[in-house]
Design a protein around this ligand. Structure first.
Ligand code: FES
Length: 910
C-alpha cells in the first residue's frame, strides 16, 4: 500500500489491524484511544475516505492509498485545516487531534454543516468541542500576540508552542518513537474480587518461544507502597505491592509475561494457572465498617497508615464548630426552614484518550530510563527508587506530551512493572493499558454518599450546616485520605455559618480502587451542599444567586470547615461577587435568546423549563506542600531555555510558562525554549496536579526569569560602561542610550552562558471561584433533560491566555455534564460491566451544549503575575447547577448522579 504517498511493502501479521500496521511502518501520527472503533483517535483516510484504522484488517487495504494527518501537511507546510486548528487552539492534550483533523479534511459541505453527525465517531475528552468547531469554521482566536509584539504575552491568546506539531501528528506522545528490542508486557488479572493465591504454575508460559520472563509475587520487591503520589509519600496508606499474595479486586495483577511481542505475551499468559482460595467480599461501603464484614486489609497493622484496618476504615474525621442543634432551632424560631437530604454520586472514569503506559530502556551509560504517561515524573522516580532500593541517580523518569490526565495520571500504575521487567530481563520493556484496562483496573472517581442538613432563617441567613460523607475507596486507599479531606474543605468553607458539623469516612470495599479525579472530591460534596442550599432558597422563596450573596464568605471572613482552615489559605483576590453578577446577568439575557429554542419546548405540554445555578470555591494549590524548581538560561546563541519539572497534558502549562518567561524577559514567546517534565532537567517538581502547573511552577519560573533579567542588565551595563538604571532589555539585547549589546554578546561577556534558578514551595495558597448556570428543558414524559443554555463565570485572577483558559472551562463543563447526566461505571459483584466506550458513553459533539464563559476581573496577590489556577475548578459547580435547574423545572430534586432519564422519570412518578 501507499502510506502518505510512500510505497510500503510489508506483510501484516495474521489478524493485524491497519492501525498497528501503519505504526509498525514508523508512522506514529495514528493514535490508539480504544482499539474498538469508538474514539476516532486512529482515523486515517483510505483512498480519501475517513475510517477508524483499528477496525480495518491491514491486508484488506493492501492496494489502497492511506493518508494520515502527517500526510496532509507538515509543521512548515500545513494544510489549511491544520492552520485553522492552530489559530483556534482546537485541542488541549492534542491526542484526539490527528484523527479529528483527518476526518474533517474529508468532509463535504453538507457534512460540514452537520458536524454533530459527521463527528460522532471522533471523541475529545478535553475541549468540550467548541474550539474544534471554531477551528473547522475558521474562527481565529482573539488577542493574538505576534513575534513583533514581544514582551506583552501574558493576558494574550498565544498558540501552544507545540501547536504545529500537534495538528500535523509530529508531536511525540508516550508510545511514539519506541526503542527497539522491546519486551511487551501482558498482565494476568484476578477473576475474583477477594482471594488468596495458593499457587501459580508458570512453567508452560516460560517455555513458550519468545517469552523473556514471567513475573509473579515471587518477584515482588517486598516493599509496600501506594499507587497515589504526593509530595509527602506518608499522605497515603502503604497497602499495595507490585505483586501481592492476596487479591482484593477483580482484575488485580497476579502475574505478568514479558515477551518479544504482545501476541506471544498474551498467549503465554493464558498458559499460567493460578490456584486461589476465594475469600468473602464486600461491595457495599455502607456495610464496610459493620462488625462481621470481610476485612479487605485485615492483615495489616497501623504501620500501613490505615486508620483502622480491622474495620475497613481508610481514613475518617469529625468536628464541630458552634452548635448545630441550636442553629436548627434558631432557623425555626426565625421563621425559616430546615432541609435534610442524602445525595449519592456515581463511579466514573477519567477517560483521557491516551491510556496509561510506560516504556523503559537503558541509556548509553547503562542508566535506567522510563518514559511514562504521568503527571508526576519526579514522584514516580522517587517511589520506584524506594520500592526497588535504587539510588535516585540510577533512574531517570520523564514524559513526552501526555494525552490527558484529569488526576488519573497521579498514580503509579505501569512504571513499577516496566522497571521490574527491565531489571529481570536486562532489556527494554513496555506496558500499555488497553481501554478495557482503563475501565477495569485504573482507579476511578470516588463514589460518595453525602448527607446534608442545612437551616436558614426567613431572611436566608444560614444558621446550621451539617455534612456527613461516606466515600467508597475500593480495594486500595490511594488518594482516599486526601480526597476525603479536600471534599469537605472548600465546599463547606464557602459558607459563613456559625454552626457547622462535618464527619467523613473513606472505607475499603472489594470494588475497583478509587483515586484522584478532577476536583479531588469537591465536585461530589458540592453536589450535596449546593443542592441543600438551593433547596433552602427554593423553600424560602429566595433567588439562588441572592442566597449565595447572603451567605458566602468574603475577604475578612475566616475560612471554616469544622475548624479554621490552615493559615496558608488566604484571599489573594476575590471575584465571587463578580462571578455571581456575570452569571446571573447572562442567564437572564438568555431568556430572550431565540437560538436557545426553549420557547418551542416550553409550548409543548410535557416539557418544563427551569433555571438553576451553583457556586464553588477551590484552593489554587494543594495543601501540605507543593514544590517546583525552575532554571532559566541565556545560551551562547542568545536563546532562552526555560527548564521546569511540570508536565504538559492538556493543562496548558507549556503555553502559560512560555508567556510568563517571555513577559519577564521582554522577548517574544518564540524565543523561549521550554524543557520540562524530566527528572534530569531540574532538581524537583511535585507535579502537575491540584491545578498547580501555573501557580507553583509558574512562580518558580518567574523568579528565575526576574533574576536572569537582573543579571543580564548587570552584565550589559558593565560591558557598555552604562548605569544599570539606563539599560533596557529588549528581544534582541540591551540598549543603554545609543549603546547596544546583543544577547549573544551578553552571554559571551558572562563567560558563555547565564543561568539563574528559582523555586516555589506552594505556600501561601489563594482561592478561586466558579459559578455555573443552566437553563434546561425536562420532559415529564421521559425524564429527558435538554440543556438550553449553559454558562460559567470564573475568577481566574489575571487570565494568562484567554483562549486557552476558556477552553479549559468549556472542557471541564463538558466533562462534568457527561458525569452529571449519563456517565456511570456499572459494577456487579465487583466486576466492571462497562468495559468499553461503547457502553460507557462520554460526551460526543452532539451531546455538548455551548458553554459561554465569563471572567471576573481580579489580580491575585498570591499567584504569578496575578493569575490563579483554572484546571479542576470548572468541573465542580456543573452537577449541582444542573440539579438546581431540573428542580426548578419539575419541582422535584434529583439526589443521585447521573441524573439520567430513568432516574428523573422515576423521581417524577414516585
Ligand atoms: Fe481532544 Fe485531549 S484534546 S482528547
Amino acid at each position: 500500500m501507499k502510506i502518505n504517498g510512500k510505497l510500503v511493502e510489508a506483510r501484516p501479521a495474521p489478524g493485524q489491524c491497519l492501525r498497528t500496521f501503519i505504526r509498525d511502518q514508523g508512522e506514529d501520527s495514528v493514535k490508539k484511544g480504544c482499539d474498538a472503533g469508538d474514539c476516532g483517535a486512529c482515523s486515517v483516510l483510505i483512498d480519501g475516505e475517513p475510517h477508524h484504522s483499528c477496525l480495518i484488517p491491514a491486508f484488506r487495504v493492501s492496494d489502497a492509498e492511506i493518508t494520515t494527518v502527517s500526510g496532509l501537511g507538515t509543521p512548515d507546510n500545513m494544510h489549511p485545516l491544520q492552520q485553522r486548528f492552530v489559530d483556534a487552539a482546537g485541542f488541549q492534550c492534542g491526542f484526539c487531534t490527528a484523527g479529528m483533523v483527518v476526518t474533517v479534511s474529508a468532509l463535504d459541505r453538507a457534512q460540514l454543516d452537520d458536524l454533530p453527525q459527521s463527528l460522532k465517531g471522533n471523541l475529545c475528552r478535553c475541549t468540550g468541542y467548541r474550539s474544534i468547531c471554531d477551528a473547522i469554521d475558521g474562527v481565529v482566536g482573539t488577542e493574538k500576540v505576534s513575534a513583533g509584539d514581544p514582551g506583552r504575552s501574558v493576558g494574550r491568546s498565544i498558540p501552544a508552542p507545540a501547536a504545529k506539531r500537534i495538528v500535523t501528528g509530529t508531536e511525540p506522545y508516550t508510545m511514539d518513537r519506541l526503542p527497539t528490542d522491546l519486551g511487551h508486557i501482558a498482565v494476568v488479572g484476578s477473576p475474583h474480587p477477594h482471594a488468596r493465591i495458593l499457587s501459580i504454575d508458570t512453567t508452560a508460559a516460560e517455555q513458550m518461544p519468545g517469552v523473556r520472563a514471567v513475573l509473579t509475587h515471587r518477584d515482588d520487591p517486598g516493599v509496600r507502597f501506594s499507587t497515589a503520589r504526593h509530595e509527602n509519600r506518608l499522605d497515603d496508606p502503604d497497602d499495595t505491592h507490585v505483586f501481592d499474595t492476596t487479591v482484593r479486586f477483580v482484575g488485580q495483577r497476579v502475574a505478568a509475561v514479558v515477551a518479544d511481542s504482545m501476541t506471544v505475551a498474551r498467549r503465554a499468559g493464558e498458559l499460567i494457572t493460578v490456584e486461589y482460595e476465594v475469600l468473602q467480599a464486600n461491595f457495599d461501603p455502607a456495610l464496610a465498617t459493620e462488625p462481621g464484614t470481610p476485612l479487605v486489609h485485615g492483615d495489616k497493622g497501623r504501620g500501613a497508615r490505615i486508620a483502622d484496618p480491622q474495620s475497613n476504615l481508610v481514613a475518617g474525621f469529625e468536628g464541630t464548630t458552634g452548635d448545630v442543634d441550636a442553629g436548627l432551632e434558631q432557623a425555626r424560631a426565625a421563621g425559616g426552614t430546615v432541609v435534610s437530604g442524602r445525595w449519592q454520586t456515581a463511579r466514573v472514569q477519567h477517560t483521557h484518550l491516551e491510556t496509561h503506559g510506560a516504556v523503559g530502556w537503558r541509556d548509553e551509560n547503562g542508566r535506567l530510563v522510563i518514559r511514562s504517561s504521568t503527571q508526576v515524573p519526579f514522584l514516580i522516580r522517587d517511589e520506584l527508587c524506594h520500592i526497588f532500593g535504587l539510588p535516585a541517580d540510577d533512574l531517570r523518569v520523564h514524559t513526552a506530551r501526555v494525552g490527558g490526565g484529569f488526576g488519573g495520571k497521579q498514580e503509579l500504575l505501569t512504571e513499577d512493572l516496566v522497571l521490574l521487567a527491565m531489571l529481570k530481563t536486562g532489556r527494554p520493556a513496555v506496558y500499555e493499558f488497553t481501554r478495557t484496562d482503563q475501565f477495569t483496573i485504573a482507579p476511578c472517581r470516588h463514589p460518595m454518599r453525602i448527607d446534608v442538613t442545612a437551616a436558614a432563617g426567613a431572611d436566608g441567613v444560614l444558621t446550621a450546616l451539617s455534612v456527613s460523607v461516606l466515600s467508597d475507596a475500593g480495594a486500595y486507599g490511594n488518594h482516599s485520605t486526601g480526597v476525603l479531606f479536600h471534599s469537605c474543605g472548600e465546599s463547606v468553607a464557602l459558607y459563613r455559618c456559625a454552626n457547622k458539623h462535618v464527619d467523613a469516612r473513606a472505607v475499603y470495599t472489594n470494588n475497583i480502587p478509587s483515586g484522584a479525579f478532577r476536583g479531588y472530591g469537591l465536585g461530589q460534596v458540592s453536589f450535596g451542599i449546593e443542592g441543600a442550599i438551593d433547596e433552602l432558597a427554593a423553600q424560602l422563596g429566595i433567588d439562588p444567586f441572592e442566597m449565595r450573596r447572603i451567605n458566602v464568605t468574603v475577604p475578612g471572613d475566616p475560612l471554616v470547615t469544622w475548624q479554621v482552615e490552615e493559615d496558608d489559605l488566604e484571599y489573594g483576590s476575590y471575584g465571587l461577587d463578580q462571578c455571581l453578577d456575570l452569571a446571573q446577568g447572562a442567564l437572564e439575557s438568555g431568556r430572550t435568546d431565540p437560538t436557545r429554542n426553549g420557547e418551542v419546548l416550553a409550548s409543548q405540554p410535557d416539557w418544563q423549563i427551569g433555571e438553576g445555578m451553583a457556586a464553588t470555591m477551590i484552593a489554587t494549590i494543594p495543601p501540605r506542600g507543593h514544590h517546583a524548581d525552575a532554571r532559566m538560561t541565556l545560551t551562547a546563541e542568545g536563546d532562552f531555555i526555560a527548564a521546569v519539572g511540570t508536565a504538559e497534558f492538556g493543562n496548558g502549562t507549556t503555553t502559560v510558562l512560555t508567556q510568563i518567561a517571555a513577559s519577564a524577559l521582554g522577548c517574544a514567546p518564540s524565543q523561549i525554549v521550554l524543557q520540562q517534565a524530566d527528572t534530569d532537567v531540574v532538581g524537583h517538581d511535585t507535579g502537575a496536579f491540584g491545578s498547580a502547573g501555573t501557580v507553583v511552577a509558574g512562580k518558580a519560573l518567574n523568579s528565575a526569569c526576574v533574576e536572569l533579567r537582573r543579571r543580564i542588565i548587570e552584565v550589559a551595563a558593565a560591558r557598555l560602561g552604562a548605569d544599570q538604571a539606563d539599560c533596557r532589555l529588549g528581544p534582541q539585547g540591551v540598549q543603554a542610550g545609543a549603546a547596544f549589546i546583543d544577547l549573544p554578546g551578553v552571554a559571551a561577556a558572562a563567560g558563555g552562558t547565564l543561568e539563574c534558578s528559582g523555586n516555589h514551595d506552594g505556600s501561601p495558597r489563594s482561592v478561586a471561584y466558579n459559578v455555573h448556570a443552566f437553563r434546561v428543558a425536562v420532559s415529564t414524559a421521559t425524564g429527558q433533560v435538554r440543556i438550553l443554555q449553559s454558562l460559567q463565570a470564573a475568577d481566574a485572577g489575571v487570565v494568562m491566555n484567554p483562549q486557552q483558559c476558556r477552553g479549559q472551562i468549556e472542557g471541564g463543563a463538558a466533562q462534568a455534564i457527561g458525569t452529571a447526566l449519563y456517565e456511570e461505571m456499572i459494577l456487579e459483584d465487583g466486576h466492571v460491566m462497562t468495559q468499553v466506550l461503547r457502553n460507557y458513553h462520554i460526551p460526543q459533539l452532539a451531546d455538548v451544549p455551548r458553554t459561554d464563559v465569563y471572567f471576573a476581573d481580579t489580580y491575585d496577590s498570591v499567584g504569578p503575575l496575578g493569575a490563579k489556577s483554572m484546571s479542576e475548578a470548572p468541573y465542580n459547580p456543573v452537577a449541582p447547577a444542573l440539579e438546581s435547574a431540573i428542580r426548578n423545572a419539575i419541582g422535584v430534586r434529583i439526589h443521585q448522579l447521573p441524573m439520567n432519564p430513568p432516574r428523573v422519570w422515576r423521581a417524577l412518578t414516585t
